[in-house]
Design a protein around this ligand. Structure first.
Ligand SMILES: O=C(O)[C@H]1NCC[C@@H]1O
Length: 343
């Protein structure tokens, strides 16, 4: 056996969404902040992302996080998020996986019943409250960077669909939010493929027709996610709703989506549908849940924003070492349009 570029990976999922965690084998990545390191990986080491996420070592239904030491004395650790087609500034399900792996593998000591962490994501510092019992992390609540609205009730033209009314919001990634019923979508597992395809089409139209430039970090990516929303209902008095997020290049988030939940909280607050401190339970297409709230109100570059917290649970699935045989023709993998959608 000959394996180069060996990295050590802890497999993990948060509420069904795979967010593997690279815990060793990378060495240092240049950059002062995690956003600098993200940029370095994107510009100079994208081979790593492709090797881990593309076939035959990966697949489209996963993200991978690289754990790196942070230069910020307030953070115990940092991480860069690698997704199928991008390096997002932030990700909820991935953050929950990272915290769970750091604590359950002992990279950071676990304190029961609660371990408080500060991690540096590419979007900035993220504070986390992890409930822990018998060596297991039973819940991770993260305080996201502020979420805010770019557009409310904007109308876009989607080829072969016509005019669609959408909202656009930032929750750590930029979202176009669409009422699922308004485009004939029922958020049920049997429709997952249709939802993913329509999600891609709406996302491409929105990214072309609407501006979504972060007011403080114009280098953060623009619209890359479509969130289909179901109406908000009250369950046991708690605001609750189902959603489905189409992640690029065109597949559904299995979790309720942490950045999508944050974006939705910003939209709900702007529309007067939720107040600061109220709970909001967000459900995924497979029925898993994130518990969220608006912790405080703020502004980002002069725009009204909410500071969301989102909680969920992750489970480790496997531990592996991934490398590449020097004679392997697929050193950095490949993609095929049967699962890696190309519209
Ligand atoms: O929870 C989230 O924010 C995400 N899940 C996969 C895609 C998004 O990054």
């Amino acid at each position: 056996m000959r394996l180069n570029n060996l990295v050590h990976v802890v497999g993990c999922h948060a509420e069904g969404e795979v967010g593997n965690v690279v815990v060793g084998g990378i060495g240092d990545i240049p950059g002062q902040t995690m956003f600098d390191k993200r940029n370095y990986l994107e510009q100079h080491r994208d081979d790593l992302r492709r090797r881990l996420l593309h076939e035959p070592r990966g697949n489209v239904i996963r993200s991978t996080n690289v754990i790196l030491p942070s230069n910020d004395p307030r953070a115990q650790m940092g991480y860069v998020i690698l997704e199928s087609t991008e390096y997002p500034a932030m990700s909820g399900s991935n953050t929950i996986c990272v915290a769970t792996v750091l604590l359950e593998t002992g990279m950071i000591p676990m304190q029961e019943p609660v371990t408080n962490l500060t991690l540096e994501s590419p979007a900035g510092l993220i504070e986390l409250e992890c409930q822990c019992s018998d060596g297991k992390v039973t819940s991770v609540r993260f305080l996201n960077q502020p979420a805010f609205v770019y557009e409310l009730d904007a109308v876009i033209d989607v080829p072969d669909l016509g005019k669609v009314t959408v909202d656009v919001a930032w929750g750590g990634m930029a979202y176009v939010l669409v009422d699922a019923q308004s485009v004939g979508i029922e958020i049920v597992p049997a429709r997952a493929r249709d939802i993913a395809i329509l999600g891609q089409r709406i996302k491409l139209a929105a990214a072309e027709q609407l501006q979504a430039v972060h007011p403080v970090h114009p280098d953060f990516p623009g619209i890359t996610q479509t969130e289909f929303t179901n109406p908000i209902r009250r369950e046991g008095g708690v605001l609750t709703a189902r959603n489905a997020v189409a992640v690029s290049p065109g597949r559904l988030d299995r979790s309720p989506c942490g950045t999508g939940t944050s974006a939705r909280l910003a939209v709900m607050h702007a529309k007067g549908e939720i107040q600061k401190g109220e709970r909001f339970v967000h459900e995924s297409i497979i029925g898993t849940k994130f518990d969220s709230t608006i912790e405080s109100l703020t502004t980002v570059g002069g725009i009204a924003a909410v500071v969301p917290s989102v909680a969920g649970q992750a489970w480790i699935t496997d531990i592996s070492q991934v490398g590449v045989d020097p004679t392997d023709p697929f050193q950095t993998g490949y993609t095929l349009a049967d699962t890696w959608m190309q519209l």
